[in-house]
Ligand binder design. Structure first.
Ligand code: PEP
Ligand code: MN
Length: 337
C-alpha cells in the first residue's frame, strides 16, 4: 500500500500517522520527492482501513500496490535511484560504461585492459575472478588472486570494479570491491541475495536466462528487503528458440523496467549475443532506448581468451565504440530536453 501525502504535511500529524501504522506492524519506507512525500507500507496491510487513512488531513491519496515487489516498485519510490560508486554515479542520467575481460587471467592482462578502457571512456572495470562455467573442466577463474589483480588495476586507473560473487562463503573476500555482481545463474539463489542484502555494497543482479520481469524484480526485492537499496539490474539476454545468437537481447526490458521500477538498468550486449560484431549495434540500441549503462567484454587477445573470446572486443575496437556511445547518449539527452 502507498500513502501519498499532501505537500508540506503537518509534522505532528505525520508522526502520529507513522507511529499508528508501525503499531499495526507494517514497515514504512518514506520517499521524499520534489512534489510529494510517499509512505510505502510493507507487511500485512489487509487490515488497514484505506478510507480512514484517506480521510486524514495530510493524506492526498491511498493506493494498494498489487505487485509482489514493493521496495523495488516505482510506485513506492517515484524518483530514479542513483547509486554512487567511486567517483561516478549509476543512474540519474549518466551513461555508465563497465568494460573489461570476461575473466581476470593475470595481473598484466587486467591492468593493461583497465588502462585501455579507461583511456577510451569506460567508467568501471569488469572482470570475473570466480567464474560460473557450464563445464567443470573449463577455466574456473583465479579466485581470490583474481580479486587482488582487479584491485591493482583499480589502483592503477581509478576505475571502480564490478565482479561476480558466486557463493555466500566468498563474501568476506568482496569487502573491498565496488559493485557485487550476481550472475544470471544465481539470480534466484535466495540465500546469496539475502547475504548481499545484509551488507551495503551496491549489487548488480543479472537477469536469469528464463526469468520474467517479475521474478527478476523479486530478486531485487530480496536484496532490498534485507536492507540494501543499492540494486542495479542488468539485462544480458534471455534464452529463446533462436540459436544463432548466444541469447536474445530483450531491449524492451529498458522501457518496461523504467515503468515498473526506480532501479538503474544496465545492458550487457556481450553475453546477449556471444558475437563481437553484434556488440556495437546492440549497445547502440540500448543507449537509444535509454539504458543507464552498458557492460561490455574487452580482451587484449580475444583469440586466446580463457573465457568468452568470441564475444570480446579488442581495445582498439572498444575505443571508437565507447566514443560513439557517449555521443549517442548526449544526443538522446538533447532530444528529451
Ligand atoms: C559474466 O558477466 O561474466 C557472466 C558470467 O554473466 P552472466 O551471469 O550474465 O552469464
Ligand atoms: Mn563472459
Amino acid at each position: 500500500m502507498i500513502v501519498i501525502l499532501k505537500q508540506n504535511p503537518n509534522r505532528d500529524q505525520l508522526d502520529s500517522l507513522v507511529s499508528w501504522l508501525q503499531e499495526k506492524g507494517v514497515i514504512i519506507h518514506t520517499s521524499i520527492g520534489e512534489a510529494h512525500t510517499i509512505l510505502g507500507l510493507v507487511g500485512d496491510t489487509s487490515k488497514l482501513d484505506i478510507d480512514l487513512i484517506a480521510a486524514l488531513d495530510i493524506v492526498q491519496d491511498v493506493k494498494r500496490v498489487q505487485e509482489p515487489y514493493k521496495n523495488a516498485n516505482r510506485k513506492f519510490h517515484p524518483e530514479d535511484t542513483v547509486i554512487p560508486v567511486g567517483n561516478t554515479q549509476i543512474g540519474g542520467g549518466n551513461l555508465t560504461i563497465m568494460a573489461g575481460p570476461c575473466s581476470v587471467e593475470s595481473e598484466e592482462q587486467v591492468v593493461a585492459i583497465a588502462q585501455a578502457v579507461k583511456a577510451s571512456g569506460a567508467t568501471m572495470l569488469r572482470g570475473g575472478a570466480f567464474k560460473p562455467r557450464t563445464s567443470p573442466y573449463a577455466f574456473q577463474g583465479l579466485g581470490a588472486k583474481g580479486l587482488e589483480y582487479l584491485k591493482t588495476a583499480r589502483a592503477e586507473t581509478g576505475l571502480p570494479i564490478v565482479t561476480e560473487l558466486m557463493d555466500v562463503t566468498q563474501l568476506p573476500l568482496f569487502k573491498d570491491v565496488d559493485v557485487i555482481q550476481i550472475g544470471a545463474r544465481n539470480m534466484q539463489n535466495f540465500d546469496l541475495l539475502k547475504a548481499v542484502g545484509h551488507q551495503e555494497k551496491p549489487v548488480m543482479i543479472k537477469r536469469g536466462m528464463s526469468a520474467t520481469y517479475e521474478e527478476w524484480l523479486m530478486s531485487a526485492e530480496y536484496v532490498m528487503a534485507s536492507g540494501n537499496n543499492n540494486v542495479i539490474l542488468c539485462e544480458r539476454g534471455i534464452r529463446t528458440f533462436e540459436s544463432y545468437t548466444r541469447n536474445t537481447l530483450d531491449v524492451a526490458a529498458i522501457p518496461v523496467l523504467r515503468t515498473l521500477t526506480h532501479l538503474p538498468v544496465i545492458i550487457d550486449p556481450s553475453h546477449a549475443t556471444g558475437k563481437y560484431w553484434l556488440v556495437e549495434p546492440l549497445a547502440r540500441a540500448a543507449v537509444a532506448a535509454e539504458a543507464d549503462g552498458l557492460q561490455i567484454e574487452v580482451h587484449n587477445d580475444p583469440a586466446h581468451a580463457l573465457c568468452d573470446g568470441p564475444q570480446s572486443l579488442k581495445p582498439e575496437v572498444f575505443a571508437p565504440l565507447a566514443r560513439k556511445l557517449l555521443e549517442l547518449h548526449a544526443f538522446m539527452k538533447g532530444l528529451d530536453s
